[in-house]
Design a protein around this ligand. Structure first.
Ligand code: ZN
Length: 352
């Protein structure tokens, strides 16, 4: 446990804070740990994680493995994860562990699709009659999120929408009534527009969002988690010349225009790992957001300030807030991919 720290934030301000019961206090009463050689943030955020697996490994999650992945995320400075669902609710087992052993967690439970609308047997499959009941059940048994699979390729037909706009609107209503937000997986044209009009909170992948969607989503402070590295990986897996690969490449070519516009219109553009790399390496997605048109500070905010704000989690170097600190030798606006040199969680040094 540390009792006080002298730190330097990303703007170069030097601050001195005490630590009491895992929280910052304004008055250091002990000689501070000097961390001013580093650039400090209060934590990193992975807004599209799947802690039940390392790769796209379609089996039920194992609570011991999940706890291991969660601790690895923490050691990498990722202090908040939004788990975007699995075939079961195994990730919720993390909530039994104290925050010194895992990131803060928001999570969907089981993903919701329709027959033929996802990897076979992996999501809960609904029809028009069971959708609202299943959404209510998931919303009531998860940690703040419901995850819908919005579209999925069918053999010989390309991607097909799993739900119509009315069904999406109904799902959103039911989830919101239960206090949960809704995230939707979409990689196809038109479905993002339907989802935005229907009031879905967070668009996952969303390569085919339009200008109008962004204005609408931004006006109500909605989120977009493009998971660029995941999509690039999928293009590789499918083959750049396959119909799926061509569609996703077309989608990727659109987003350099969309990303800066999204940030400007108030969309919460967030960084997500989505099984392409472990949560601890979320800086890889920050680098991708830069490659695709965001300014360094805007890209980093996708895994720091903007993410905390959108997710409603208070983080910062202020008295009363959790004594969390992630320090980097190189300013993360210069290189967002470098691992942290110092990680402090609730006043305890985890590494460095
Ligand atoms: Zn995902």
């Amino acid at each position: 446990m540390i009792e006080a720290v002298r730190l330097r934030d990303l703007q170069g301000r030097v601050l001195e804070l005490g630590v009491e019961d895992g929280r910052w206090t304004g008055h250091p009463t002990a000689p501070p740990l000097d961390a001013t050689r580093l650039w400090a943030v209060p934590g990193l955020v992975d807004a599209h994680a799947h802690l039940a697996a390392d790769r796209l490994d379609l089996r039920p999650g194992d609570p011991t493995e999940i706890a291991g992945r969660a601790f690895a995320a923490l050691e990498g400075g990722v202090f908040l994860c939004v788990d975007k669902g699995w075939c079961d609710r195994s990730v919720l087992s993390l909530l039994r562990h104290p925050p010194t052993e895992r990131p803060d967690l928001q999570a969907a439970g089981r993903m919701i699709a329709v027959p033929g609308g996802y990897y076979e047997g992996f999501a809960v499959e609904v029809d028009v009659d069971t959708l609202t009941e299943v959404v209510a059940d998931e919303a009531g048994n998860a940690a703040g999120w419901v995850k819908l699979v919005g579209d999925w390729p069918r053999r010989g037909r390309g991607p097909v929408a799993n739900f119509d706009e009315d069904a999406l609107r109904m799902a959103v209503e039911v989830a919101h009534r239960a206090g949960a937000r809704v995230a939707i997986h979409t990689m196809a044209p038109e479905v993002p527009s339907m989802a935005v009009r229907a009031g879905v909170d967070s668009i996952e992948h969303g390569l085919f969002l339009t200008d109008e969607d962004l204005s609408r989503l931004g006006a109500r402070g909605g989120a977009w988690v493009p998971t660029i590295r995941r999509v690039e990986e999928l293009v590789q897996v499918l083959g750049a010349d396959s119909s799926g690969g061509r569609l996703l490449s077309e989608g990727l070519s659109r987003i350099s225009d969309l990303l800066p516009q999204a940030v400007q219109t108030g969309v919460a553009v967030l960084a997500g790992s989505d099984l392409t790399f472990p949560s601890a390496r979320i800086g890889e997605e920050v680098a991708a957001l830069r490659e695709y048109g965001l300014e360094p500070a805007d890209a980093l905010a996708a895994a720091t300030t903007r993410a905390y704000r959108y997710l409603g989690v208070a983080a910062g170097f202020e008295p009363g807030l959790p004594a969390d600190l992630v320090g980097f030798e190189v300013h993360p606006w210069e290189d967002p991919t470098a691992p942290p040199a110092l990680v402090i969680r609730r006043g305890r040094i985890l590494s460095g």
